[in-house]
Design a protein around this ligand. Structure first.
Ligand code: COD
Ligand code: ZN
Ligand code: ZN
Length: 378
């Protein structure tokens, strides 16, 4: 019996309070409105950004259904939707591409003005939610909310992909892969990692390892990987790091160590931790005359960062990127095609696969540093 046009009752992981475990609840998921799409979730990754939301590091309305790195199958669509249809395999886009705003119409940049990432409202474009639990509205997250068996997203936040693709792997193209890899190969054409260059990557989580992959794909000769958790080193080497160092093994500041290792500073550095000290270390360790440093992590929203302007005055370039600078609707299907053509691996960063109900266990693994990416399957 078709569920189109009807409320679907299903299981979702609801966050009622900050710093508390998710509670698996029955939720009601309303049918999609005119420009919306309801998706049956198949697989979702657990990203540190979800954890930042649980800890309150980034502000968000509650109760909420988190999750932003996911793939699924379209269950039903609103009457104005033209780019996906029921039965399509899709990836959810936490950065939408409306195709109409100033950013979407500019060749550079991907922060579509319809995004719900920079200052999350937790609602659909019309200001309402499609989730209800125990009679209360539940907020959306990044317009994706993949920690639910069904979710409703705007058409701009979903894209069709190759029907042959394995959703339990390509869900990573919904965040970790694109965010990391794109930061190396895509963030501003002029400063793309160049052949033979030396790179430094701070933070070897799921996203940082994909930065390493991107540096390697772009032809970097040396990739210096930095993380205090040495368990991450084997994976980093597997995906292309040439040297792995822990800040805890040195008395002097880590940026000095990296500068010495690279004969005066690296060509490109990447911050994939989300802390002020590592943002400054990454900037400081790139070459003072021509180094480029890319911020990928976001520190707590309420804190400003102070730096010595001389760091930039001498010629460094300082950049940032969300989702690797990719415009999602245009790029994600191509990245999936590249994965299907075996141009990059995703298996290397998947350390755990768990059923959806074990979501709290999955986050415990992430917090204890024992996992890289855990995939939840529905
Ligand atoms: N130096 C080097 N590495 C460190 C340090 C340090 N001082 N401290 C911790 N680390 C390492 C950890 O050991 C860990 O291996 C790694 O940093 C971080 O990895 P994860 O698995 O916790 O995180 P990821 O890879 O899932 O995500 C990293 C982000 C930086 C993307 C995330 O934390 C973040 O800041 N997100 C906000 C930005 C955003 O919203 N992006 C869009 C969606 S992801
Ligand atoms: Zn993410
Ligand atoms: Zn737009």
């Amino acid at each position: 019996m078709s569920t189109a046009g009807k409320i679907i009752k299903c299981k979702a992981a609801v966050l009622w309070e900050l710093k508390k475990p998710f509670s698996i609840e029955e939720v009601e998921v309303a049918p999609p409105k005119a420009s919306e799409v309801r998706i049956k979730m198949v697989a979702t990754g657990l990203c540190r950004t979800d954890d930042h939301m649980i800890s309150g590091q980034l502000a968000l309305p509650l109760p909420v259904i988190l999750g932003h790195e996911a793939a699924g199958i379209v269950e039903s669509i609103g009457e104005e939707v033209t780019t996906v249809k029921p039965g399509d395999k899709v990836i959810l886009l936490f950065l939408p591409q409306c195709g109409k705003c100033a950013v979407c119409n500019h060749p550079e940049g991907n922060i579509c003005l319809k995004n719900d990432v920079i200052v999350p409202r937790g609602t659909m474009q019309d200001g309402t939610t499609r989730f209800t639990c125990r009679g209360k509205p539940v907020y959306h997250f990044f317009n994706t909310s993949s920690f639910s068996e069904y979710s409703v997203v705007d058409e701009t936040s979903v894209v069709q992909i190759d029907p042959a693709s394995p959703l339990e792997k390509v869900c990573l193209i919904g965040c970790a892969f694109s965010t990391g890899y794109g930061s190396a190969v895509n963030v501003a054409k002029k400063t793309q990692v160049t052949k033979g260059s030396t790179c430094a990557v701070f933070g070897l989580g799921g996203v940082g390892l994909c930065v390493v992959m991107g540096c390697k794909a772009a032809g970097a000769a040396r990739i210096i990987a930095v993380d205090p958790n040495k368990y991450k080193f084997a994976k980093a080497q597997e995906v292309g790091a040439t040297e792995c160092i822990s800040p805890q093994d040195f008395k002097k500041p880590i940026h000095e160590v990296v500068k010495e290792m690279s004969g005066g500073g690296v060509d490109f550095s990447f911050e994939v931790v989300g802390q002020h000290d590592t943002i400054v270390s990454a900037l400081s360790c790139c070459h003072k005359a021509y180094g480029v440093s890319v911020i990928i992590g976001a520190p707590p929203s309420s804190e400003d960062l102070r730096i010595d302007p001389t760091l930039l005055l001498t010629g460094r370039t300082w950049k940032g990127a969300i989702f690797g600078g990719y415009k999602g609707k245009d790029s994600v299907p191509k990245l999936v095609a590249d994965f299907m053509a075996k141009k990059f691996p995703l298996d290397s960063i998947i350390t755990h696969v768990l059923p959806f109900e074990k979501i709290n266990e999955g986050f415990d693994l992430l917090r204890s540093g024992k996992s890289i990416r855990t995939i939840l399957t529905f």
